[in-house]
Design a protein around this ligand. Structure first.
Ligand code: FDA
Length: 306
């Protein structure tokens, strides 16, 4: 309950323009670099190589969201394409996450579909996979429709995300499981500020729903990205996949969060994928990470004072 209040409170404060301006002006002094690999493509490729050397897989996230113009979405889409082209020259995995509002979902569904199709086609050309991240509630239907439409066109290298804090997500999971072949699905708890009209506010309910969705997805044979740092859920998943001899899963963790757990999971023989954000538009991503853990805010405040 208190955790939920802290999270919603911090996300509310982060939406305040004065706070946003101040934090952006302080930039990397605040420790953004703990969660964001850098501002350029070169920065993120350095991080990818270092993680690969430790046996960790990667998924790149070009920061930028809630774009509200066609020109802005075009520019972001071109940057995603540039990243895919660059990955194609590298001896690394080619996997990107994109935010549908980055591609124009906040402008219109048609614009987002047009740009997402360009991304899907380029990804197919260079042998890459692309995950459509899940943003806040106004974009959930649009994101699932993008996935369904492009999947129906044969872009089976696309995947998406479901958030266990939403009441609707178990139904969305069942709907995704009817697709053939079953798409890869990342399951997360959910990072945005959502009302009790649409989302569980009690952490225990979010966690219980997470477990139910996870087991349902694994039993159905979909490839599940177990995207959490919750060590009890991770332990339970390990026991489950051992018992079921399941191979259709991977653990996914955020860059900079619990690095020793990331390595320990890889050492125990699991596939571990690190979600690595990069780019100049780091504010929204950074505030969601602060909202997840009070100690992260303390870390930032210490940086300010020091
Ligand atoms: P929970 O919040 O219960 O935390 C479990 C443990 O991890 C606690 O010990 C906690 O302190 C620690 N922890 C959690 N976050 C931390 C942080 N930032 N810093 C340090 N410790 C932390 N969300 C979304 O809405 N849409 C999306 O597309 C994605 N995509 C995504 C990809 C990947 C790979 C991950 C791991 C997560 C996401 N998320 C997301 C974010 C997700 O919804 C959620 O906000 C965070 O993962 C935090 O929740 P946990 O599952 O870790 O559990």
């Amino acid at each position: 309950m208190i955790e939920g209040l802290y999270r919603r409170g911090l996300l509310g404060i982060a939406d305040t323009p004065a706070v946003a301006d101040f934090v952006k002006s302080q930039g990397w002094k605040l420790g953004v670099g703990r969660f964001v690999a850098g501002e350029t493509l070169e920065d993120v490729l350095r991080a990818v190589r270092a993680l690969h050397q430790e046996g960790l897989s990667s998924i790149l996230d070009l920061l930028g969201e809630f774009i509200d113009t066609e020109a802005g979405a075009e520019a972001m889409t071109n940057e995603v394409l540039r990243t895919l082209d660059t990955l194609a020259q590298e001896d690394t995995e080619r996997y990107m996450s994109v935010k549908p509002t980055q591609l124009g979902l906040g402008v219109s569904f048609e614009l987002a579909l047009y740009n997402a199709r360009r991304v899907a086609e380029r990804a197919a050309e260079v042998g890459a996979r692309v995950c459509l991240d899940m943003e806040n509630v106004p974009y959930v239907d649009g994101t699932l429709n993008l996935l369904r439409t492009l999947y129906g066109e044969g872009h089976h290298h696309l995947s998406t995300v479901l958030q266990s804090y939403l009441y609707r997500s178990m139904g969305d999971l069942e709907a995704l499981l009817t697709l053939e072949p079953k798409p890869a699905i990342r399951i997360v708890k959910g990072a945005y500020r959502e009302s009790e009209a649409v989302a569980f506010q009690d952490k225990r309910q979010v966690d219980d729903n997470y477990r139910e969705m996870l087991y349902r997805g694994l039993e159905a044979g979909a490839h599940i990205g177990v995207a959490t740092h919750d060590e009890s859920i991770i332990r339970e998943t390990e026991a489950f996949v051992r018992g079921a001899k399941a191979k259709n899963y991977e653990f996914q963790l955020l860059y900079g969060v619990k690095p020793s757990l990331q390595r320990a999971l890889a050492a125990r023989g699991h596939k571990v994928r690190i979600y690595i954000p990069y780019g100049e538009d780091w504010y929204g991503y950074f505030s969601r990470r602060l909202a997840e853990r009070p100690a992260n805010l303390a870390f930032v405040l210490r940086g300010l004072l020091g």
